[in-house]
Design a protein around this ligand. Structure first.
Ligand code: NAD
Length: 493
């Protein structure tokens, strides 16, 4: 039976929905209509302390639960995610603004992580060697850490929590999710489904809150590991503060992704893929292309082609079938993006596609339609800072070396891509581009769940990334056991 969640019961702690005693609340607003969808309390230190206590209490029995039994809950969770996919997608669209198709796709990518984590009985295995010295064997065992937590952003309300939760609990840890306070309704729905799996109380916990809840997690001595996804300034803060408090920390930060278009690229395919990458999810993806560098004489042809593609994108309420791009998350976000576009234009940039009036989006929502600029200087904030909106800049370089040099200037290193039909150019780019994810004729190089979600420079702080084998390493500690069993002792048998 699905448990009904009252608005004041936004926290799921120790296997039950809890009423927060917090005096501070936040309205959850539909970015397409400005309607208030819900009002939830923002967790305080005391709420987090109860979640950590519940997770600590659940840990000893959960880590002793055989991995094969632990993953049965994840198999059930996967079935529920599939069964309720449309409800989850609708919730994502309502509170985040992306289209239903985009919401369905992110849930699918989340489910893939649940599926990979179901391989834990194999993935978590250690290794051993007999006779490291005469009669002495050495064994490496992986053990769970204890209480772990993840702090997640607004832009993938369903998928990003699932980069962490399945691996953490499959490996025998207990877990606390602190989702973005702007999109907690999806997380609450995910926890309704987790409740239905009948996971033992305290194995998974949810606290809906803002900075005070994050700080309470960072400072709590019983939280062993923190995963973070969000903007770089917050990532740096969490990495610093979490490490100073003795925690294992992985922080995925912001991005500024470049794509290089070579003269030998298939222009029609390239324009379509770059347009999808720049404007999908209204540019609010950490892998969205933000700057296209056209090499040699291809700039005009590519700009015309990408403008042609982007001008056909219909902006509006993501619940409507024909809509291909939703709003940005808040009015403040819209003003910040428009301000950056103004700066680009003020300093010599030219507008190739003007979506600043939001066109057909509707006047209440935070709509900006696809916007394309050319000739923006490398030093301009539009080229150097993360925009996180539907804005693409097309610049020019004479050579591939110059293009790689241009993208290497970025403080970020999340993703880059090249479009070419030359193996040599692709190989050079793959070898030299200083980003953690690289696309070759791919616009959004999003790693599958069985590969780590990489990211370099200011886009990532830590050693082990989310997803794949990195996730197993992150959520376990290695124990080395060295055993002596002298030969003489076996003579007794
Ligand atoms: P954000 O940094 O504002 O918020 C992320 C989380 O941090 C939220 O849970 C929020 O409550 C918390 N938070 C915000 N300010 C805080 C503070 N001062 N102290 C402590 N906690 C704080 O990010 P956002 O706007 O929700 O998400 C967009 C950002 O996330 C973009 O920069 C985007 O590039 C990045 N992102 C990165 C990846 C990646 O894989 N590298 C993936 C998705 C999003």
């Amino acid at each position: 039976m699905t448990q009904q969640v009252a608005t004041s019961e936004a926290n799921y702690i120790g296997g039950a929905w809890e009423e927060s005693r917090s005096q501070s609340h936040i309205d959850i607003i539909n970015p397409a209509t400005a309607d208030v969808l819900n009002r939830v309390p923002l967790a305080e230190e005391a709420d987090v302390a109860r979640a950590v206590a519940a997770a600590s209490k659940a840990f000893p029995a959960w880590r002793r639960t055989p991995p094969q039994d632990r993953i049965q809950y994840l198999f059930r969770f996967r079935e529920l995610l599939l069964r309720r996919l449309e409800d989850i997608a609708r919730t994502v669209t309502l509170e985040n603004g992306k289209t239903l198709a985009e919401a369905r796709a992110e849930i699918q990518r989340g489910i893939e992580n649940v599926e990979v984590a179901c391989g834990i009985p194999t993935l978590m295995q250690g290794y051993n060697l007999e006779d490291v010295s005469s009669g002495i064997d050495e064994i490496m065992i992986r053990q769970p850490l204890g209480v772990t937590a993840a702090i997640t952003p607004f832009n993938f309300p369903a998928m990003i929590p699932l980069w962490f939760l399945p691996y953490a609990i499959a490996a025998g840890n207990t877990f606390i999710l602190k989702p973005s306070e702007r999109v907690p309704l999806t997380a609450m729905l995910l926890f309704e489904l987790l409740h239905e799996t009948e996971l033992p109380a305290g194995v998974v916990n949810l606290v809906v809150g803002a900075k005070p809840a994050v700080d309470a997690l960072l400072h709590h001595p019983d939280v062993r590991a923190i995963s973070f996804v969000g903007s770089t300034p917050v990532a740096k803060y969490i990495y610093r503060e979490g490490s100073a408090h003795g925690k294992r920390v992985q922080c995925q930060g912001g991005a500024k992704n470049y794509v290089v278009v070579m003269p030998d690229a298939d222009l029609e395919m390239t324009a379509k893929i770059v347009s999808d990458s720049a404007f999908g999810c209204a540019g609010q993806r950490c892998l969205a292309v933000s700057v296209a560098v056209a090499v040699g004489d291809v700039k005009k042809k590519f700009t015309d082609a990408v403008v042609g593609m982007a001008s056909n994108i219909r902006t509006g309420n993501g619940l409507e079938k024909e809509v291909q791009m939703g709003p940005v998350i808040t009015p403040e976000s819209k003003s910040r993006i428009l301000h950056l576009v103004e700066k680009g234009l003020h300093e010599g940039g030219k507008i190739a596609l003007d979506g600043r009036n939001g066109l057909n989006g509707g006047k209440e929502g935070n709509f900006i339609s696809p916007t394309i600029l050319t000739d923006v200087a490398a030093s301009n904030p539009l080229t150097s800072t993360e925009i996180f909106g539907p804005v693409l800049t097309v610049n020019h370089s004479e050579t591939l070396d110059d293009a790689i040099q241009a993208l290497s200037q970025s403080a970020y290193g999340n993703s880059s891509a090249i479009f070419t039909s030359s193996g040599a150019a692709a190989r050079k780019f793959r070898y030299e581009a200083p980003t953690g994810n690289v696309g070759v004729n791919i616009g959004v190089a999003a790693p599958m769940a069985y590969f780590p979600f990489s990211g370099w420079k200011d886009s990532f702080m830590g050693v082990l990334h989310g997803q794949g084998k990195d996730a197993i390493e992150f959520y376990t500690d290695k124990k080395i056991v060295i055993e002596r069993w002298p030969k003489e002792w076996s003579r007794k048998f």
